[in-house]
Structure formats: C-alpha cells, structure tokens
Design a binder for this molecule. Structure first.
Ligand SMILES: Cc1cc2nc3c(=O)[nH]c(=O)nc-3n(C[C@H](O)[C@H](O)[C@H](O)COP(=O)(O)OP(=O)(O)OC[C@H]3O[C@@H](n4cnc5c(N)ncnc54)[C@H](O)[C@@H]3O)c2cc1C
Length: 572
C-alpha cells in the first residue's frame, strides 16, 4: 500500500504547530515536513487569542522578574529550569515575529507596546490591539508558505498514532473530504493539537478544542501530566462563554459586585483586577455565594466596567471588545458595564514532555497547549501561552528534525496493517445501523459537559469528584451504544464529533481521577475539603498513565525541579 511519508509530521496548524514546522525546516533543509490539521490552519483556536504575548522586552523588566512571576503564578509546581529557559527565549521569539511581519501595537517612540496582565509585576504583555492571536497566526502561516519542503494536509483528522517496536512511526488520518482513512508515515511526529475546553459546557474554547492529541498520546501509553489543573477565566460572557480579554482589566477596567463595590479589595488587595485568574475566579464564586452577584438568565454575574477609560482608549486598545459587546450582549461598553462570570479557559495539563518537547515514546514530541513541558504548573499566567507555543514549538521542531535526520524510515507493511485495523474499528463502531435504537451523541456530550462544570469546576470536593468518576464511567458505557444518523463519507461532521467525544470522555476520566487524588488546594485546583496547600505531600507533578482496560488511570507524583526560587506563601 502506498502512503505519504514525511521526516517530520506536525499534527496541528495553530501557533505551536506552525512554529514547530518552520523550526524543523530551518534546522535541516533537506527534511520533508508535513502539517496535518483537522481545520484550515487559520481556523485554529490560536486565532481567537485576544490579549497578547508575554516577554521581558522593556528596560524596567528582566528575565528574573518574568521567571519569578511565572513560578509564583504556578503555585510553585512549574519546572524552574523550564521557566528560566522560557523567559530567556521569549524576547527573541517576539522580535523574530516582528521581523516576520507581525503588526505589534507600538508606543509613540516606535517600540513594541506592552500592557499589564494578571499576576505579572511589570508591563510585559505585547499585543496587536485585542486581536493578537489573529495577527500572530497569520504571521506564522505566511512565513510557513516560504518553505517548499512544508506540505499541508488540511481538513484531515488524525484518529490514532501508529506505534511499531516502541517508536512512533506515523498516524492514521481521515481525509474529511472523502472519508477515507490513510496511513501517514513519519520518522517523528509532533503533537500540537491544542486544548480540551470543550469537555466543559461553559468555555471560551472553540468547538475544535477537544483534546485529541492528549488522548492520542495517552492511548499510545504516554503519560499525561497535571490533568487536574484547569484554568477558569474570571471574565466570560454569561450566555456564550465568549472571552472578554484580561486586557480589559490590564487597560484599567473594574470588577464590581451588586453592591457597587470593587470586591477584589477583600481577596487580592495589592493587585485588585490584576490578580491572577484562579484567585479572581474564586473571588467571584465566593461573592455569588454571599448573594453579591447580579442575577441573570444564565446564573449570577459581575460587572466589568470600562466606562471611565473613555471612547478613544476603548477604540484604540479594545476595539474587538466593543464589537463583542454590541454583537453578543447588545450593549456598548463605552456606555454600559459588561456582564461576566468565570468560564473554563485553558488546560495547564497535557502530554508529559521534556524541555525539547520529547515524550517517553521515541519519535513522539508535543508542544503548545496539548503538551505539559512544565511551564504553567497549577496556574498559567495570562499571555504566557502564545509565547509558550513559540518557544517550545520551535524547540520541539528542532529536536524532531535532529531525531529524524538520524532515524530509519518506517516500513510500509506494519503501517498498512495498523491502518486497516483502524478503518475496521471505525466502520464497526460508527457506521453500523441499529435501527435508531442507540444513544444520541449530543445527549452523552451534554451530560459530560454539564457534569464537568458542576463537579470539576472552580471549587471541588471529594463527593463531587466521586460522583463525577461514576458519571464518566456510566457515560463511557453509554457511548459504546452511540448511534450516528449520518453514514455518508464526505465531510461527515457527526463522525468527527463522535471521535472527538471519545477523546473527551477518556480525558475527563483522567482529569477527575487526578483531581480526586490531589488532596490539597494549589493554584487552579481548589478543594473545599482540603483548603490549604500541602508542600510535604504535593510539591509535585501528577503523572497519569493509562490503566488496563476497564481500570482507572495509574497516578504517581514526580517531585518538582526547583533551582533558585524556594516555595513561599502565594499571596498578592
Ligand atoms: C478565546 C481565547 C483567547 C486566548 N487569549 C490568549 C492570549 O491573549 N494570550 C495567550 O498567551 N493565550 C491566550 N489563549 C490561549 C492560547 O491562545 C492557546 O493556548 C494557544 O493558542 C494554543 O495554540 P496551539 O497551537 O497549542 O493549539 P491551537 O491553536 O488550538 O491549534 C490546534 C491545532 O490542532 C489541530 N488538531 C486538533 N486535533 C486534531 C486532529 N485530531 N487531527 C488533526 N488536527 C488536529 C487543529 O486543526 C488546529 O490546527 C487564549 C485562548 C482562548 C480560547
């Protein structure tokens, strides 16, 4: 059987994927590089990033300050060696983007502007108005087009990793235009498949953020790290979950409760609206519980008020927020406060990789939101993520290129056989008609999302997590009987949604077990039954490995790497 084969195969066309592909192409010009993406690259979730990308570029800043803010933000379970490397590389990456044509917003003297962001001690979030992700992704995409050795397979859905003799030798992928499943061989594979926010009902994440790469790696036996660490952003629009960027608070917006108070004075007095996301999200929920929220059709909410900034500043710095207010809430933020509440936003956990993006499985790398290189620990600071995609996307691209220049090409026969198995599995599971008697896909998905919101949200308890373990177990049984209506081949979006739900159920199980096992509160993981941080037992990363069929994940703890910054009380 004929199959396309690449030296380096990147799964994902977001910031991390495109940066990895460019780095691989620049490392070794003779390599053939493929980018597979389930959507056209410019539709990746990176495009919706609004606020900015962090790097210590200004004279009053330093890499030490950026490192300390990140480590404190992580509640001391970031890998300090990784953080140090990140903050030193970050300015180089942002300047490189500038040279590739990224239209950063500028100060009057022509230098790249910065704005303050939560948990950062200095103004270091560089931005392109409030559409940073769009401009950053566009810059990477147009740069990737320069390299003839980079081939793209757009609208191609990866269903599994191919593993032969203990190494990753490619993927099986469904061409969504034809429905055919093909093998794609590779000497190395880089997963850059983004986050998994769609496991929750109320999220800022796009529909495609279903955690596919994390589940693919986990199923291939690769551990996942810190999967209990889910970031809730304090300012999502109540009905839709659409994000109101932290830049709104960075530019001076106030959070106000129903008593007209800037309530954060009781929670993060020294930082107020520029406190970190985990603490502000908890403050909002606590205020709601005290009856201090505004009541709305979609639950309680707070007001985010920017009226005092004036129309000129809003139009210059936050034009997209004004558009969102008009289009999705019917308000003009120049004249009206914005209703907001906490919303699932970002996955700190991901595929366990080292500083080069290498996983335990030979030939398999990961970068961006689907990976956990050790930068974010228990709470990511806003605007570190886009920069993380650049710094560690590039690192993974270079490492994979070196690996591929020495690795053997995969052989055709085992690959073809692996893909025939995969085709049979998908046909049997999803294409059989059982007379419409099976489970509805949407019912299982909605129940998963609703129960994750309820039990694995901003605050957690042993009872809620035990209930969620049972719910996910039951949903996985129900999923086995799922019945699709669409049996066609061409762009069968019901089939891709079914494959995505399968990934999400697997990950929800891991997240719930990891959250139940960490009996302390740290960063975004807030247990009502264990309100304190417990450094004696949990100054460590959670490592989850897939158990035997029907068994829960195996959970272990790996001590954190500490270099210069000793754990201290995290107060702001
Ligand atoms: C609304 C919003 C605003 C944000 N704002 C900021 C911000 O201002 N600053 C900041 O630092 N961070 C921000 N973040 C976080 C940041 O944008 C993301 O973490 C980051 O962009 C993720 O990039 P990525 O390359 O890892 O993945 P993505 O951009 O999500 O790309 C994933 C890619 O993988 C592909 N893919 C996935 N599954 C498959 C599969 N099975 N087969 C084939 N291809 C697949 C997709 O097609 C896509 O191309 C924001 C996030 C959101 C949701």
């Amino acid at each position: 059987m004929d199959f396309p084969s690449f030296d380096v195969l990147v799964i994902g066309g977001g910031a991390a994927g495109l940066r990895a592909a460019i780095a691989a192409a620049e490392t070794e010009r003779s390599l053939r590089i493929g980018i597979v993406s389930k959507v056209y690259p410019m539709r990746s979730h990176t495009v919706s990033a609004e606020g900015g990308a962090a790097a210590a570029l200004r004279p009053e800043d330093s890499w030490e300050k950026h490192a300390f803010d990140t480590i404190k933000g992580s509640d001391y379970i970031a890998d300090q060696y990784v953080v140090e490397t990140f903050v030193r590389e970050a300015p180089l990456e942002l300047v490189r983007l500038e040279h590739w044509g990224c239209p950063w917003s500028r100060d009057p003297d022509g230098k790249i502007s910065a704005r303050p962001f939560g948990g950062m001690s200095v103004w270091r979030t560089c931005f392109a108005a409030d559409k940073t992700g769009f401009h950053l992704l566009h810059t990477l995409f147009q740069t990737s087009l320069k390299y003839e050795k980079i081939a793209r397979l757009d609208e191609c859905f990866v269903t599994s990793l191919l593993v032969e003799d203990g190494r990753c030798v490619g993927v099986s992928a469904m061409n969504q235009r034809t429905g055919a499943i093909h093998p794609i061989g590779a000497k190395s594979v880089i997963l850059t498949t983004g986050g998994n926010g769609r496991i929750y009902a109320f999220t800022t994440n796009g529909n495609i953020c279903t955690g596919d790469g994390m589940a693919l790696a986990y199923r291939a036996g690769v551990p996942l790290k810190d999967m209990e660490m889910v970031q809730f952003h304090p300012t999502g629009l109540p009905a839709t979950g659409i994000l109101i960027t932290e830049a709104v608070r960075g530019e001076g917006g106030y959070l106000i409760n129903n008593k007209g108070e800037r309530f954060l004075k009781d929670y993060v007095p020294s930082k107020m609206e520029l406190g970190p996301r985990d603490i502000i999200s908890r403050a909002e929920v606590t205020e709601f519980e005290k009856g201090n929220g505004f009541k709305g059709e979609h639950g309680d909410y707070m007001h985010l008020d920017v009226r005092h900034l004036g129309e000129e500043t809003i139009d210059l710095k936050l034009p997209f927020m004004r558009e969102l207010g008009l289009d999705y809430v019917g308000i003009d933020i120049v004249r009206d406060p914005i209703p907001v509440r906490p919303v699932e936003h970002y996955m700190m956990g991901g595929v366990d990789v080292d500083i080069y993006g290498a996983s335990e499985l030979s030939g398999l790398y990961a970068a961006g939101e689907c990976a956990n290189v050790g930068l974010n620990g228990a709470n990511r600071l806003g605007s570190n993520s886009l920069t993380e995609c650049l710094v560690f996307g590039a690192a993974a691209g270079r490492a994979a290129a070196h690996h591929s220049s020495q690795a053997k090409a995969p052989t055709a026969n085992p690959i073809a056989a692996l893909v025939e198995d995969e085709t049979r599995r998908i046909e049997k599971t999803y294409m059989a008609d059982n007379g419409g008697k099976g489970e509805r896909l949407a019912d299982v998905r909605e129940e998963l999302q609703r129960s994750m919101d309820l039990n694995v949200g901003v605050f957690r308890t042993a009872e809620g997590l035990a209930e969620q373990e049972a719910t996910v177990h039951e949903l996985r049984q129900r999923y086995k009987k799922v019945q699709l209506d669409d049996h066609s081949k061409v762009f069968n979006t019901e089939l891709t949604a079914a494959l995505e739900l399968d990934f999400m159920l697997e990950l929800a199980e891991v997240m719930t077990h990891c959250a139940a096992a960490r009996k302390e509160s740290r960063g975004a993981h807030a247990r009502r039954d264990f309100p304190d941080r417990d450094d004696e037992k949990f100054l460590a990363n959670t490592i989850a490995t897939r158990g035997a069929p029907g068994q829960p994940p195996k959970i272990e703890y790996r001590p954190v790497r500490i270099t210069d910054w000793q754990p201290a009380v995290r107060s702001y």
